[in-house]
Write a protein that binds this ligand. Structure first.
Ligand SMILES: Cc1cc2nc3c(=O)[nH]c(=O)nc-3n(C[C@H](O)[C@H](O)[C@H](O)COP(=O)(O)OP(=O)(O)OC[C@H]3O[C@@H](n4cnc5c(N)ncnc54)[C@H](O)[C@@H]3O)c2cc1C
Length: 372
């Protein structure tokens, strides 16, 4: 089998982005994924992902996400697809909650456009929300939704157009590295390359078992519901509300054929990504619909569909982006903790930098493995 310059293990959001960057830099790339193209078993499927700048989690992410906005626009231009819709975003909770205080800190530190609304201001501007008097909202005009499946498809197509060889339905069983490069053995073949990029999402702890990463796959789920009066929910912003410590509900405004999307962003129970229950039970859906009705009365009239998905959680919920401590020709990005999608092209760029140069000029120091 031909020797490649670089093998990318995992072709979800991050691996497809890395393949796109590496091929654009002229490398001969082989991409491998255990599942079918466009599968629904990892972290990158569904109709929507938030993209937002006033990053409540940490201001360190703002420079990266601002670069990602530009790269998504560039991918739109290169692929001729519409990938982002700007809707504005409303981040709600008590004034000192992690969501509102954190988003405000990032917005002020980076000079991002934003507006702070009291509970009365939220109700006046967006009467569809039912919020308590203690609730505040930080309104961010540049927030929007990405179409994840179209984004991954576009990144894969761009990589293929530039010469990448992509193989789906082929699981990597083991990899090894020595001074000369890497060898990757799949359930079908053995491949060699100078470098290896690992972007195995919720499977990363398995693929990088030698590092004993403190990373867990967690099962989460979301609903799409049809409201009785759809137009009431069509001009809402994206929203996120601090409901209880560490428990954040979120939603995406009404779109024809998708209804209103509603989910819960939080650490869940650790699971094995190969055996996890995929179906969402009637009890789980009923509990979410009840919460939806408390926050957005009238929005959950009819359940359209419910879907599960996997988070790859780190203890501090920050990503891990680094070179392998013992094999400099092996680099990896994982632990995206339920908030990585928006960064995919910039993570792909950072992985390409690390694989090719051993370092990156991007501000990714805070994501290094050594911190955990
Ligand atoms: C419900 C939900 C909502 C989310 N909302 C947002 C949001 O609004 N905004 C945001 O920014 N982020 C969000 N995220 C997080 C974001 O979607 C993820 O961080 C991102 O998709 C992770 O991509 P990935 O490439 O790391 O993982 P994946 O997409 O899972 O890709 C990993 C790939 O590796 C492959 N693989 C694994 N093991 C092997 C092996 N041994 N051999 C070959 N291939 C292998 C898998 O088949 C898979 O295709 C959300 C996630 C979920 C689940």
């Amino acid at each position: 089998m031909a020797n490649f310059d670089c093998i990318v293990l995992g072709l979800g959001a991050m691996g497809s982005a890395a393949a796109d960057h590496l091929t654009r830099r002229g490398l001969r790339v082989l991409g491998l994924d255990a599942h079918a193209r466009g599968h629904q078993l990892g972290a990158s499927h569904g109709k929507s992902r938030f993209i937002r700048e006033a990053y409540f989690e940490k201001p360190d992410y703002v420079t990266l996400v601002r670069r990602a906005y530009g790269q998504w626009r560039d991918l739109e231009a290169r692929s001729g697809s519409n990938l982002i819709e700007i809707t504005g975003g409303l981040w709600m909770g008590p004034l000192d909650s992690p969501i509102v205080a954190g988003a405000r800190l990032s917005a002020e530190r980076h000079g991002l456009p934003h507006e702070l609304l009291s509970a009365a201001g939220i109700r006046h501007r967006y009467p569809e929300f039912q919020v308590s008097d203690e609730t505040w909202g930080l309104l961010e005009p540049n927030a929007g939704v990405l179409k994840p499946e179209e984004c991954v498809r576009a990144q894969l197509e761009q990589a293929e157009r530039a010469g990448a060889r992509l193989r789906f339905g082929e699981r990597v069983l083991r990899w090894s590295a020595d001074g000369a490069g890497v060898a990757v053995e799949t359930d079908q073949m053995r491949f060699t390359a100078d470098r290896l990029v690992i972007a195995a999402g919720p499977w990363s702890a398995k693929v990088l078992a030698d590092l004993a990463l403190p990373m867990e796959a967690h099962r989460v789920y979301y609903l799409h519901c049809e409201p009785a009066e759809p137009t009431r929910f069509a001009r809402s912003p994206l929203w996120l509300i601090d409901w209880a410590p560490g428990v954040y509900y979120y939603g995406v405004p009404y779109r024809a054929s998708e209804g209103v999307k509603f989910g819960l962003h939080r650490a869940a129970m650790a699971c094995d990504p190969d055996t996890v229950e995929r179906a969402v039970s009637d009890e789980e859906a009923a509990e979410f619909r009840a919460a939806m009705e408390r926050i957005l009365p009238g929005s959950a009239t009819r359940l359209l569909w419910a879907e599960s998905c996997l988070y790859a959680m780190t203890p501090d919920t920050d990503f891990i982006l680094d070179r392998h401590p013992r094999h400099p020709q092996v680099v990896f990005g994982c632990g995206f903790s339920g908030h990585g999608f928006k960064f995919a092209p910039v993570i792909g760029e950072a992985l390409a930098d690390l694989a090719m140069e051993g370092r990156s000029a991007l501000p990714i120091e805070f994501l290094r493995l050594a911190r955990i």
